[in-house]
Write a protein that binds this ligand. Structure first.
Ligand SMILES: Nc1ncnc2c1ncn2[C@@H]1O[C@H](COP(=O)(O)OP(=O)(O)OP(=O)(O)O)[C@@H](O)[C@H]1O
Ligand SMILES: [Mg+2]
Length: 285
């Protein structure tokens, strides 16, 4: 195995649950005992229904939130960045593309003004935004182009790891494919490591080397992506896959929503332990 960039151990994050009047009535375990190692150069897909804790895990890995228990250890040389689903809210509407990409470089302060501008222009060129376009504001761009600018902003500070939280979910199918290809090109070119969060199994199947399936704050299955899709072991993974193995995409979406909203007859049992059933294939048993 290659070097571990991030090592997550028995990670937990709970949030207070409040009544309509703001009184704390309990706690919700958004992440509930996750173990995961992310190796340099790989893409780890994280899938699971809405509310399963994917974004919370992403924020804990980025260390923008503190865990309730457990640990996230990040290689000291591994700078991290994030790409969010909605580039409209992650880009300041008053800033030009160039200004948006410059900002994190200026905050880091490691480069001279001229070098920072060069680095920002280079990052924008790498995502296909060049010439006069760099001086335009988000309003002037399409959704796909805005996401390209957000990607340029993430790669400009030369991170080793990027947490991509539903980076193509807001885009049309065709644009999704282009942006997914771009992310793969950039990974090769800059030696990036991705944690790729998505509820879209088709996208994860294409981009991820390994895939973790989350359910109610826990990883119920983790395997090389090809193994996970060819031979899923956990009942929840099987249901997720069955839901999307319907030829008609519109029906697949419907079915997926149905699986996600079904009462959790097969919710992970607190007693389930992630067990290595064959090399690299872990299942909650
Ligand atoms: N800051 C917060 N305060 C309170 N509860 C939170 C907070 N952030 C997340 N949660 C709760 O934690 C659980 C996990 O949320 P999270 O956003 O990580 O799920 P997700 O898998 O990313 O879902 P989605 O697919 O909808 O993005 C949810 O029940 C959510 O309501
Ligand atoms: Mg999320």
């Amino acid at each position: 195995m290659t070097d571990a960039l991030v090592t997550v151990q028995d990670l937990r994050k709970t949030y207070p649950v409040r009544s309509a009047w703001g009184r704390v009535t309990g706690t919700l375990a958004a992440v509930d005992g996750v173990d995961l190692t992310v190796h340099a150069g790989e893409t780890v897909g994280v899938v699971g229904e809405s509310g399963s804790g994917k974004s919370t895990l992403g924020r804990l890995i980025l260390q923008v939130e503190n865990p309730t228990a457990g640990s996230v250890v990040v290689d000291p040389d591994a700078r991290m960045q994030v790409i969010h689903q909605d580039p409209f809210s992650s880009l300041n509407p008053h800033r030009t593309a160039l200004q948006s990409v410059l900002e994190p470089l200026e905050v880091a302060g490691a480069l001279s003004k001229a070098d920072a501008r060069d680095a920002a222009r280079e990052a924008l060129a790498a995502v296909g935004i060049e010439g006069d376009a760099v001086d335009k504001r988000p309003r002037a761009f399409s959704g796909g182009q805005r996401q390209r600018i957000a990607i340029a902003r993430a790669i400009a500070p030369r991170p080793r790891l990027i947490v991509c939280d539903e980076p193509v979910s807001a885009l049309d199918m065709q644009v999704q494919a282009q942006v997914t290809d771009l992310l793969q090109d950039l990974q090769q070119r800059f030696g990036l490591t991705y944690v790729f969060i998505s509820h879209d199994l088709a996208v994860v199947r294409e981009i991820a080397d390994r895939t973790a399936v989350m359910r109610r704050g826990r990883i119920v299955e983790l395997a090389p992506t090809s193994t996970l899709f060819a031979a899923p072991r956990h009942p929840y993974t099987r249901r997720l896959l069955e839901a999307v193995l319907v030829p008609d995409p519109a029906r697949a979406r419907e079915r997926l929503a149905h699986v996600a909203s079904r009462p959790a007859a097969d919710a992970p049992d607190a007693a389930e332990v992630l067990t290595e059933v064959e090399p690299g294939h872990f299942v909650a048993l």
